[in-house]
Design a protein around this ligand. Sequence first.
Ligand code: NAD
Length: 278
Amino acid sequence: MTLILNGVAASQAIKEQIKQTVTQEREKPHLVVVLVGDNLASEVYVKNKEKSCKEVGFMSSVKRYDSTISQEALFKELDKLNNDKDIHGIIVQLPLPNHINANEIIDHIAPHKDVDGFHPLNVGNLHRGQSSFVSATPLGILRLLEFYSIDVVSKHVVVVGRSNIVGKPIAALLLNANATVTITHSKTKNLMHHTKQADILIVAVGIKQLITEEYVKEGVVIVDVGIHRNDDGTLCGDVHPSAYALSSAYSPVPKGVGPMTIAALLLNTLQAFQERGR
Ligand code: NAD
């Protein structure tokens, strides 16, 4: 029987645990989202983050800036947030306007408040196998596998995609967890040859339903990170449903990795709060 890796159930369990922890604290974790300009998709993401913070008893605020703000002025605003001891986590919502260098902005976030795990110090610590903030989607994937007791030790994990926010960090995280990891990408020859060897297949490619039944072996665990909107308004992933039948477990889209990303962000914010002042 095929197991469905239900991200809603797993994220609810994590949120419940966080809520319990926060109830016992006098001070509350405080997440700040920096939003520059008026990108519609970003507004939706930010609203979801605020809603989730409220659910677990966190404080959250959104710092809104006009799309014409200069990079220098944004640095100064980040300095204020970095130095505010009542703020524990900072996220800069991407994308930023073209005149602002996103990497330089991320580099300016205090690493101990970088709950997105994008700062080079956190990225470096992850690759050294040291404690760090890990970007939310990869951390959410690991937690989803843990929730369903899927052991990764010595498993062959094949990751499709090498982005800085999903592919590379999930590969590093699973390597740290003693999996054997293969990373594939747009220049990989014969992708199918690699994906067919996967015990666990993690797909973060951004191509609608690329991975069909021909790409997988029987019994594989499939984690589908992709999100695409169909013409009829429904959502689908990077994996075609034909691959599900061969799998022993798969994460659906929606209700798979998506909710876990938010749960992981909350976990990172709680960690930042608990480690404050250290
Ligand atoms: P990206 O575009 O930054 O990276 C895609 C990667 O796929 C690249 O590394 C590229 O080399 C690789 N690739 C492209 N074509 C390929 C091919 N034919 N064969 C093999 N590899 C190929 O994307 P991303 O930011 O990693 O996101 C991937 C998908 O995941 C998108 O659909 C995105 O919307 C989704 N996403 C979901 C969440 C979530 O919370 N569920 C979070 C982040 C991203």
